[in-house]
Design a protein around this ligand. Structure first.
Ligand code: PRP
Length: 186
């Protein structure tokens, strides 16, 4: 676990409320999820792992190295906009993936499911392209989305109702580089 000095060096002096998940705990859980995904995907069938940028970039890069299957990796850029700390209910698709989806097992990788707006925007769009299967792997799930199009099949951690940063998650585009996940007062 990082000490206070190390945390403040990385946050530019801004204190965290607390560390929720250490780098070691995240690594253990990502390895477990990677094993579960490996077991779920037949070795001779095509797998496409789709990351949602920017938030999933660290989780995805760790996760794909724990999945012992051939795969293609691609990304979508979806961004919600509104205030800095609450989800607005609007999601722009800024970049669409180019990898084919039809007939393949597709795993959409999210860093966090909060209001569910992002998943509810992306999943129908991907489903319409005829994947063999379409599942979600989310590192964090707040379980507050009232009406999710599809529940994530794999979840790293059930996340409390706090403003979480680090390991890809930001506050005003800062703190994505923290190797652990912490909470701050927004
Ligand atoms: C964040 C996060 C998820 C999404 C989850 O992305 O990375 O993709 O919000 O929230 P929701 O369930 O309420 O839709 P954001 O739009 O902030 O962009 P980012 O990935 O670039 O940080």
């Amino acid at each position: 676990m990082p000490n206070t000095e190390e945390i403040l060096a990385r946050t530019g002096g801004r204190p965290l409320t607390h560390v929720l998940y250490s780098a070691e705990r995240i690594a253990e859980r990502v390895a477990e999820v990677g094993r579960e995904i490996t077991d779920a995907i037949p070795a001779d069938e095509e797998l496409l792992v789709l990351g949602t940028l920017k938030g999933s970039f660290i989780f995805l890069s760790d996760l794909v190295r724990q999945i012992r299957r051939p795969m293609e990796v691609d990304f979508l850029v979806a961004s919600s906009y509104g205030s800095e700390t609450t989800s607005s209910g609007k999601v722009d698709l800024l970049y669409d993936n180019t990898a084919p989806i039809e007939g393949r097992h597709v795993i959409l990788v999210e860093d966090i499911v909060d209001s569910g707006t992002t998943l509810n925007r992306l999943l129908p769009l991907l489903d319409a392209r005829g994947p063999r299967s379409l599942e979600v792997c989310a590192l964090l799930h707040k379980h507050i989305a009232p009406d999710l199009y599809r529940e994530p099949r794999w979840v790293g951690f059930d996340c409390p109702q706090e403003f979480v940063i680090g390991y890809g998650l930001d506050h005003s585009e800062q703190f994505r580089n923290l190797p652990f996940i912490g909470a701050i007062e927004p």
